[in-house]
Design a protein around this ligand. Structure first.
Ligand SMILES: Nc1ncnc2c1ncn2[C@@H]1O[C@H](COP(=O)(O)OP(=O)(O)OP(=O)(O)O)[C@@H](O)[C@H]1O
Length: 415
């Protein structure tokens, strides 16, 4: 092995290796902790305009995050400022749930889905007990270790460094997991936002594609209301007092079963409780863990038996002499997001595989921040389940001015 390049040593202790990717807050490197020999992931956070560096609140938050130790939370091993950036050192994780969901070679059994959901809930329950919210739950923040254990990453970062910035293309996807109270501009919200986001991840595990793919906040609410019906005042009494509330035309809820034809009754019951509109009535993480879905057959798979994407390997010269058909290599990390070309859900993974034959029919998104890659609005194709489509909710004329102002603001977001 070549001698390590000392110039790549970060703050004396960590030997930088390759870049793993770039997220909302900055670049992530693979590195070796020279004190322990452990492989770690270092997230370099641009402190940018915060001239005063890491402020007192951030330091307090970091201390709190370092104290979050649970088998289902990615451990924050160390944190230090270096050359004007904040470096957060995390335990290294092999892959993430987004890669699992997107990998068409992976079959996820009901027991596997249950196991992934249960591990996520356990990590969330630990943090909610300590009054820490995640606020940015999505499949690529659910990392998976070599032993199959799923751990939540990026806890508290949204709070520490501000809500993720939607100028970045990948943050467009975060909208798909956003709770309706956040979309209506709630300034005070609670653990229910994580439960809603997790319900979207649960739905995505069942469908093997993102469930509600809004192209703007307004469209996101429209997608939510087409799936679950426009909320009524009795369902969600506080809704009308939210800062960005606009009235949507009433549409009734289609049967949940029609959206998830292959899900068990227990799975649907839990899903509907997690997708409850009123955050005060939404099931808590602890209650969700106690739901009969987790105690009924099939029991959750053991983490080490869960299917995971094949590890990426460097191509060797000998690989090119193989007689077998070529294997599909994963596309690069940031271009993995795919969106359906057609309108409509295919219902579930098995059905989707039959209908579209895998990746071929998906449109790949780019990561060029141009904003041109947002998907066409995706609506539920009810006809494939023999159902009449509900009306698409529209907004009453009284709210047009308010809405126009909101849309103007959204479109003014710099690209
Ligand atoms: N602990 C870790 N171990 C291994 N890889 C990691 C770890 N944390 C992050 N990564 C990888 O680094 C890259 C960037 O991650 P980061 O969390 O900054 O952004 P992201 O999850 O891709 O997007 P977003 O900022 O929208 O959450 C991703 O490829 C991610 O899988």
């Amino acid at each position: 092995m070549a001698a390590p390049d000392p110039s790549k040593k970060v703050a004396d202790r960590y030997l930088k290796r390759e870049v793993l990717g770039e997220g909302t807050y900055g670049v992530v490197y693979k590195a070796i902790d020279t004190h322990t020999g452990q492989t770690v992931a270092i997230k370099k956070i641009r402190l940018g305009k915060q001239k005063e560096g890491v402020n007192f609140t951030a330091l307090r938050e970091i201390k709190l995050l370092k104290e979050l130790k649970d088998p289902n939370i990615v451990e924050l091993i160390d944190a230090f400022p270096h050359k004007g950036n904040l470096h957060l050192v995390f335990e290294f994780m092999e892959t993430d749930l987004e890669a699992v969901i997107r990998d068409r070679n992976i079959f996820l059994s009901p027991a596997d889905t249950k196991s992934y959901l249960q591990m996520t809930l356990k990590g969330l329950a630990y943090c909610h007990k300590k009054w820490v919210l995640h606020r940015d739950m999505k499949p690529n923040n659910l990392l998976i270790g070599s032993n199959g254990l799923l751990k939540l990453a990026d806890f508290g970062l949204a709070r520490m460094f501000g809500s993720p910035d939607r100028r970045f293309t990948h943050q467009v996807f975060a909208r798909w997991y956003r709770a309706p109270e956040l979309l209506f501009g709630a300034k005070q919200y609670g653990s229910g936002v994580d439960v809603w986001a997790l319900a979207c991840v649960f739905a995505e595990l069942l469908l093997r594609r993102p469930f509600l793919q809004g192209t703007s906040d307004i469209d996101q609410l429209g997608k939510i209301f087409s799936a679950f019906g426009t909320p009524t005042a009795s369902q969600w009494p506080d809704m009308v007092y939210l800062p960005d509330y606009v009235e949507y035309q009433y549409v009734p809820a289609p049967p949940l079963r029609s959206l998830f034809p292959m899900a068990t009754d227990d799975a649907l019951d839990l899903l509907s409780k997690m997708f409850t509109y009123d955050p005060k009535a939404r099931i808590s993480v602890q209650q969700a863990l106690e739901h009969r879905y987790f105690s009924s057959a099939p029991l959750p798979s053991d983490p080490d038996k869960l299917p995971r994407p094949a590890p990426k390997k460097e191509p060797k010269a000998s690989d090119f002499n193989l007689q077998e058909a070529p294997t599909v290599l994963s596309p690069p990390r940031k271009s993995r997001r795919v969106m359906p070309e057609r309108d409509g859900f295919e219902g579930n993974s098995q059905q989707a595989d039959k209908v579209d034959g895998g990746f071929g029919d998906f449109r790949q998104t780019t990561d060029d921040n141009s904003g041109k890659n947002e998907s066409a609005p995706m609506s539920v194709d009810f006809s494939i389940f023999g159902l009449k489509p509900p009306n698409r909710p529209t907004i009453n004329s009284a709210d047009r001015t308010h809405l126009k102002r909101k849309l103007d603001l959204e479109f003014q977001q710099p690209e």
